[in-house]
Structure formats: C-alpha cells, structure tokens
Design a protein around this ligand. Structure first.
Ligand SMILES: C=C(O[C@@H]1C=C(C(=O)O)C=C[C@H]1O)C(=O)O
Length: 442
C-alpha cells in the first residue's frame, strides 16, 4: 500500500519548569488526541494530531516502522535541547493480536511538553507551511486546567464474559494445561464503563489520578488507550536496552504499612505470613515468572551483547498488588529501533503464555473477546529510534464514540491455578482503573 508521507517541521525549545504537565492539556481537545508517557511527573504530554498511521494484521509493526522511517527522514527538525524525547516524537499503541478488529496506531501530536532530569521543553510540529500553533511556548505554560481534579460521572457494567462465568473459563484453561496443550496461558476479561450523560470522557483527570497513586508505573495515553503499566517491555536509550518482566502476583493486604519495606528473606523483619514471602516461595508463581523471563531473554538475545538476566526475581510493590519482577539489561549491537525490539518481544509469556503460538490459540478460543490494544506494546519513540515501550496493562480503551470504554485485567494460568483466586486477581488488577475513573474508593 502506498502512503503519503507528510513533510513535517518540528521545533523544540527549552522552557522554564512547566509544573504539572497534565494540567496543561486543554479540556476541549479530543480525548483520543491526548498523548502521555509519565513517570513520577517526568515524561511527555502531548495533544493535537499532525500526522498518524493506523495499521492492522501481522505486519502492523513493520508497516508503522516503515512509515516512521520515512516521516523522520522527510522532517525538518530544530532541537535546542537534544535529549531522548525531544525533536520529532511519535506515540504508539499496538493490538495484542494480529487478528484484532481494532487498528494499531503511531501518532504525532502537534504539541508535546516534556521534562527530564530537571530540563523542560516544548515541541511544536506542523505540516508543510502551516504556522506554528503558538508563537511562544510560554503561551502554553500559562494555561492551567482548573478541572483536572474533577472526574466525569461514569457507570460500570459487565463485559464480554461476566465475573460469574470467569472461574469456568479459567478451569477450562487449567484442563487444557493438564492435557499438555500449553504450559501457561494468560487470560483476561473486560468490564464496560460509560459516561452517564453520554459525553466524552476527559483523559487528563484520569491520568492525574493514575500518576499520583501508581508512582512505580508508567502512566500512558495513546489514541484513547489510557492506563498505568508496571511492565516495561523494552526501553532503548543511547544503545542500552532494559526490560522489566512481571509475572506472579499476590494481593497486597490492607494493613502492611507503606513504610515497611522489609524484603522477604531479609531476616526477621519479614513476617512469615507476609504475602511477599509467600510470593517468593510459591513454586507456581516462580514457574510462571521463569516462563516470562525466558521468553524476553530469548527475544532480546539476537540484538544484544552482554545481556544480564537476574537469577531470581525481586518483589515489585504496587498499592494493590505485589508482583515478582526481573529487570534485564543489555547493550545493543544491532541497528534496530525501540519499536523493532518491542515487536520482537511481543507477545511475551507475561501476557500470552508458553509456548507462544499454542497459548495465543487458547486465548482466542477461551477469552470470548477481542483484546484490542490491551496487552500490546504502548509507548513512544523519537527520531533516533530511542524510546520506551511498555505493555498496555491496568488500562482502558476509549471507544470511537468517546463516551464508552472497556477496562481490562488478566492473569497467568498454570497447572496449579485456582479459578476463584484468578477471578479475585483480575478484580484487584481492575482497581487501578476503577479508582482512576472514580468507580472505586480503593
Ligand atoms: C495480564 C496482566 O498482568 C500480567 C500478569 C501477571 C500475573 O499473571 O501475575 C502479572 C503482571 C502482568 O505481566 C494484567 O494486569 O492484566
């Protein structure tokens, strides 16, 4: 297919501390045109859409990458800051399955405000001879969204497979594991949410709540997909590669004070009933984790020298759950962009299963829904190919109508999985979005 390649001009200027980036997003922008990638207040927030490509099918990553290669080659870029994320930047989100009815997308916002290591900037992007959206970036930073703390009135209803039916789906997966069809399969469910008055759901307030509660995650929005993921599929920056693999989950009970950072195994500070201790000594969770780490290590190995794979996971603490986590690092020796690496890593065993193809087939047969962009790579990339790609978890996808949304959660099923416990795990994982949307107190 031939695609027109826009001739873009991008200009990045340094600015003074811009405050909370999310409060700069005007309420009147189309919520599907808000883009964000934030961690502890740093990162990128953009809006408007100057260019975009949507792709589908098995070559959805390759087609998007080819488009970006041409767009960045044709672009005229002025960049006085020169950091990862300055100059021309694209945000992307890809479907989990090549068979999804939904489109994958790479989108380029007109305005991006960024902050990193104490430096801040504004990038404006226009097509052809269009004028710059603002004469001076200070015009953008003077505006504050007064309604950032006001949530839209939303209501929730059952998704494709109701909560009551979920244990039966999990039990069917356990039987298939017992028959030796797969070792592990990740199954997910959705819940529907909609605006009570049929109006568009505003994205910035949702991001604001996610960011303030889930500091250890990457808060994102790309073309209506919004969430806070704890899982980094791949980060490529200056030739260094990183990946954070999660698999193995236990509910975090109320009552363990946040300041208690006792690590299981760290002597007598860890109580024997501490769920973290149960997690690091659970063969079921350790097996599930090992599958996921192996799948990422195998996909990264061809691109990296000195790939470091930890021998044992640590416990990542989120407000609602603990996860087994492993951070892999390596040095790139191939020319691949961060998106190419994300495509090679997707789908990891953390969101699909093992063996990959058999697990994907079981998902297609048992899940009863199209995952859309849930559990697919989501992130951003700059003109050098550096970027961050997380796995779209703890998220919701805003429909084209802008007022309804599906929120998602899943979990890894292995031979020892208990169907009722798996339902409970999805409920705990849904807390992140329910809380951010004002549907749960948490
Ligand atoms: C599938 C999800 O999470 C994934 C599954 C996990 C598990 O089964 O323990 C843990 C983290 C994620 O890799 C989700 O949040 O929807």
């Amino acid at each position: 297919m031939t695609r027109t390649i826009p001739r873009l001009r991008a200009r990045t200027l340094a600015v003074d501390a811009p405050g909370d980036l999310l409060t700069r997003v005007p309420d009147e922008v189309d919520p599907r045109e808000v883009a964000a990638w934030l961690r502890e207040g740093d990162g990128l927030v953009g809006w408007g859409r100057v260019a975009e490509i949507t792709t589908t099918g098995p070559d959805r990553f390759g087609e998007a990458e080819a488009w970006w290669t041409e767009v960045r080659a044709a672009a005229e870029v002025e960049d006085e800051v020169r950091l990862p994320g300055t100059g021309l930047v694209t945000f992307g989100s890809f479907t989990f399955s090549p068979d999804s009815q939904d489109a994958s997308v790479l989108t380029i916002p007109r305005i991006v405000i960024g902050r990193r290591d104490g430096l801040s900037w504004v990038t404006q992007v226009v097509a052809g001879d269009e004028p710059w959206p603002v004469e001076h970036p200070a015009e953008l930073l003077g505006r504050t969204n007064a309604d950032i703390a006001v949530l839209d009135p939303l209501t929730e209803s059952e998704g494709s497979v109701g909560a009551d039916a979920w244990p039966g789906v999990v039990a069917a997966a356990v039987r298939r594991i017992g028959r030796g069809e797969v070792d592990k399969v990740v199954l997910a469910r959705d819940v529907r949410v909609r605006h009570r008055e049929g109006r568009a759901v505003r994205i910035a307030p949702v991001l604001e709540r996610l960011q303030s509660r889930y500091a250890a995650t990457w808060t994102f929005a790309v073309a209506g997909l919004v969430g806070a993921t704890p899982e980094m599929l791949v980060r490529l920056q200056g030739g260094r590669v990183r990946s954070r693999v999660l698999a193995g989950t236990i509910r975090r009970p109320n009552g363990i004070p946040a300041h208690d950072t006792a690590v299981p195994g760290a002597g007598d500070r860890a109580h024997p009933m501490d769920p973290r201790l149960r997690l690091v000594s659970s063969t079921k969770d350790l097996d599930e984790h090992a599958f996921a780490v192996r799948s990422v290590a195998e996909a990264l190995a061809p691109h990296c020298s000195d790939l470091m794979v930890p021998d044992a996971p640590y416990v990542l603490e989120l407000p609602d759950v603990y996860h087994l986590a492993s951070d892999l690092t390596g040095t790139m020796h191939s020319e691949a962009t961060s998106l190419r690496l994300a495509a090679a890593l997707h789908p990891s065993a953390a969101v699909c299963g093992t063996p990959t193809e058999a697990a994907a087939a079981v998902i297609g047969e048992l899940e009863g829904m199209d995952r859309g962009r849930y559990a697919g790579p989501v992130g951003w990339m700059d003109g050098s190919g550096d970027g961050d790609w997380g796995i779209a978890l703890r998220c919701g996808e805003l429909a084209d109508d802008r007022h309804s949304m599906r929120i998602f959660a899943g979990g890894g099923i292995v031979a020892a999985s208990d169907p009722a416990a798996e339902l409970a795990e999805t409920e705990v994982k849904l807390t992140a979005m329910r809380h951010a949307l004002g549907l749960a107190d948490a």
